[in-house]
Design a protein. Structure first.
Length: 253
């Protein structure tokens, strides 16, 4: 079966001196949850009832999670997964406020084979698109999503300028536990459409966070009626080792 991804051309804000330099942004086909997957499985004419499919998939997911969180390196053919630790262990004791468990997922053979059967259709130019292209920890100079608490963090992309009076406008950091920290206005040190320099709060514990920029900005400093957002994953205290394989790329919307 042939797979198809669709993408829009957008200006590459990293090379602003080259007006012909473009990047390709994914056109989302929507969201899929387990219920959608179960229906697709039934459409394959497996002869199995939905109740059976639900039971098997739920059992599979539960056992995979159990193996991962008991220290096994799990290879499903679709992905490889292994647990990692984040944060500095002080005094030889585990501190949930400063330390966390992170699970690294790396694409495996089945995904690579499907990529080889995937075509890409370019839909044309898309203007006024918001995206995050890359990040940089200004302390370590790493561009892999690493960030340092209490230090500056650089975000490059397009349409990122934080402006608007909607309460949702701003920059937030959401921990894996769902705790949301919203940056103060003076913690957005540089606020431009193509780049932000943020001060990461010094009190944030090491771990994986979702950085979200929400704004009503549009070209020419016009204000959108409805805010829009873009997110990417960052790692305060440094990106956990994945044990090899491809690195994650910053998020794009």
């Amino acid at each position: 079966m042939q797979n198809t991804l669709k993408g829009w051309l957008a200006d590459n804000t990293v090379t602003s001196e080259n007006k012909d330099d473009k990047i390709l942004l994914l056109e989302s086909a929507g969201s899929v949850n387990l219920d959608t997957i179960y229906e697709e499985m039934k459409n394959e004419d497996t002869g199995l009832k939905k109740e059976t499919l639900v039971h098997v998939v739920t059992l599979f997911l539960r056992i995979v999670a159990r193996f991962i969180l008991n220290g096994y390196n799990v290879n499903t053919g679709l992905f490889r997964a292994v647990a990692q630790f984040t944060g500095v262990v002080e005094g030889g004791k585990w501190d949930p406020a400063k330390n966390a468990v992170y699970v690294s997922f790396i694409q495996d053979k089945m995904i690579r084979e499907e990529i080889a059967r995937t075509t890409v259709n370019i839909l044309g130019m898309k203007s006024d698109v918001m995206y995050i292209l890359e990040t940089e920890d200004k302390k370590t100079k790493l561009k892999d999503g690493s960030a340092t608490a209490g230090r500056n963090f650089f975000v490059r992309g397009a349409m990122l300028k934080v402006m608007g009076d909607d309460p949702s406008v701003g920059v937030t950091l959401t921990s894996e536990a769902g705790v949301v920290t919203k940056l103060e206005e003076d913690e957005v040190a540089i606020n431009k459409p193509s780049e932000l320099t943020l001060l990461i709060p010094a009190a944030l514990a090491a771990g994986t966070y979702t950085l979200t920029v929400t704004t009503q900005y549009s070209k020419g400093n016009a204000s959108l009626k409805e805010p829009r957002s873009v997110s990417t994953t960052i790692y305060i205290g440094g990106k956990p080792s994945s044990g090899g394989g491809e690195e994650e790329r910053p998020g794009e919307l």
